[in-house]
Design a binder for this molecule. Structure first.
Ligand code: MN
Length: 281
């Protein structure tokens, strides 16, 4: 099945951080050509107001909702055309729109250095990318009148243990029905072995989300919230391979490349190599 690339340059700080230019950087590094992908263009998904909404505690709540609807429409359109969407962020907030546009009963493979499980009051920043997994599973601000993902269908993969009290409180909020495979457990059980197990555990449709900060900062420093203790490029490829080649896979999102921290584009090029190796048939 062919990939259609969609850009969603949403930076949930509302301050125009380098994540806004992440999708463009991956394109400039040759992603579409390497994947033989179709160009679905850019989705109107931007936040330019850094104020926190008092009702939800979320920065740019109305703009997040509007961007999510636009992403949902674009994801649906690509899928009804028979392609698989590859959505380029922007940050992890783009996942809200993805699941707004996917059928209920879709599994989420969530690869991230963090669990993104704050809510409007526990998040220090108010950024959507601090809380999208809690919003999706019904534990954050109610932006859409319903939860968008069944927690029992979420697999959080590659995150690190909390390093401070704030992160410990975040970890404590995570819905116990969510299956967690942190980085240390991945390393112990083997990246490819875990991925093969996840890929074949049932036959629900699955969405693969890659926050590039799941990588160790030694492998990818160009992120806003680096988290030590993650996989290197080869380990991530071993993990991505079985997931990306699963028949169940209906689409993928890539978030959080800070293009401003990658002035010569070397990290974007390495990510494109990694994605091409994982996603090419
Ligand atoms: Mn994230």
């Amino acid at each position: 099945m062919r990939w259609t690339v969609l850009d969603a340059p949403l930076d949930s700080s509302g301050r125009g951080r380098g994540e806004e230019r992440g999708a463009r950087a991956l394109r400039a590094a040759g992603l579409l050509r390497r994947l033989g992908a179709r160009d679905g263009g850019e989705v109107p998904a931007r936040i330019d107001d850094p104020r926190r909404d008092p009702a939800t505690g979320l920065i740019g709540a109305d703009q997040v909702r509007a961007a999510s609807r636009a992403i949902a429409d674009a994801v649906r359109a690509v899928r009804s055309g028979g392609d698989r969407p590859l959505l380029l962020g922007g940050d992890c907030t783009i996942l809200l729109g993805v699941f707004l546009g996917l059928p209920a009963g879709t599994t989420l493979w969530f690869l991230d250095g963090h669990v993104d499980f704050f809510d409007g009051s526990t998040s220090a920043t108010g950024e959507g990318a601090d809380m999208e997994l809690s919003v999706l599973t019904g534990h954050g601000p109610d932006l859409f009148g319903r939860a968008l993902v069944d927690p029992a269908l979420v697999r959080v993969i590659g995150h690190r243990p909390p390093r401070d009290d704030e992160a410990r409180r975040e970890a404590d909020r995570v819905d116990p029905r969510i299956d967690q495979v942190p980085a240390a457990l991945l390393r112990r059980r083997g990246f490819a072995a875990v991925a093969r197990e996840l890929a074949t555990e049932d036959d629900t449709p699955a969405w693969l989300h890659l926050d590039v900060d799941v990588l160790d900062p030694g492998a990818l420093p160009a992120v806003t919230y680096p988290e030590p203790g993650g996989p290197d490029g080869d380990e991530l490829l071993a993990l991505l391979g079985p997931l990306a080649s699963a028949d169940r896979l209906i689409g993928m999102s890539v978030a959080d490349l800070d293009a401003d921290a990658d002035p010569d584009g070397r990290h974007a090029r390495r990510l494109v190599e990694l994605l091409a190796a994982a996603l090419s048939p």
